[in-house]
Design a protein around this ligand. Sequence first.
Ligand SMILES: [Zn+2]
Length: 305
Amino acid sequence: MRVLIAILVFIGAGVYWLILDGSTPKNADYEFPLAQMRGLIDADNGPLPTALNVEIISTDEAPLLAAHAGFHFKPFQLAMTSVQVKGGNGDGGGDIIIGGAMDKTLYEPSTQSDNATFSDAGYRRMLDAMLASDATLITHEHIDHIGGIVRAPDPAALAPHLMLSAPQIDAMAEFAADDGLAAAYKNLAPADLSAPRLLAPGVAVAPTPGHSPGSQVFLIRLDNGEEYLLIGDIVWAMKNVEKAWGRPRLLQYMFFKEDRALVQRQVRALNVLSAAEPALILLPSHDKDWIDALIAAEKLGENFQ
Ligand SMILES: [Zn+2]
C-alpha cells in the first residue's frame, strides 16, 4: 500500500511538474529595455507611423492548457499573424512588416483543429506589403513566424526587404520545401539586431532571447500617441500576462527548446509592466480574442492597407 501511495504521489508530482506548473518568480528581476527604446524614438524627429494593421493569415484552436499551464481544457483561439506599421511620410513608403506567419503548405500539415482556417488573400496581401516595405522583420525564427517568408513564391524579390539576424537566418533551412532553401536566402547578410535599435521613426526593436535565441520585441509609437509592444511568443495568451503564469514544461520539451527560467522571468516582467503602464498596448502574436478586441476598439487596423 505504501509503495502504491508513493507511486501515485510520484506520478502526481510528475503531472504537476510537466503540465500544471506555470509559476513565475515573485520578484520581477527582468527588465525590457523600454527606456532605451523610447530614448531612441524620442531622439528621432521623423514623422511617426500613422497606423498599425494586422493580417490574420491562418487560425487554429488548441486546449488553453497548451498556452496556460493547468486544467484548462476550453479551446484557445490561435491566430498566425503579421503586423504592418504604416510609415508617416505620406508617400506610401516607409512601411515596416513584422512577422511572416506560414504559407499554406506549412499550415496544412500543422493544423490541430477542424476549425482551422487559412486566408489565401491574407497571405497574398502580406507578401505584397513585404515587397513594398522598407524592411520586413520577425519576432522570432519559429515556423509560424518565418515559414511564410521561407516559402514565399518569389524569394529573389523578397530577400532585399528582409532584415533578419544571424540566428533567424540560420533557422530558415529547416522550413524549406523539399527542393531546399532558395538561393536568394542562402547568402542573406545578417542584420545586427544584438542591441536596441531604431528601425524607422517611432519603431524600435530590442533583443529578448528566451523563447528562442533570435526572439525580439518591437516598440511602436503612432502619431496619435498610442504605444504598442509586440511581444511575439513570450506568451501566447494575454491570460499569461494577467496571471503571471507560463506554459507547461511538457510542451517546451516536446516541441521547442526555450530557456524556461528566462521566459518565466519575462512573463512576470510583462505582468508588472502591464500594471505599471496600462496605456501601453501589449500585442502577443497568437491571441486571437485579444487581437479581435483590439480591432473592435480601433487600436489595430484589420488587414493590410
Ligand atoms: Zn508562434
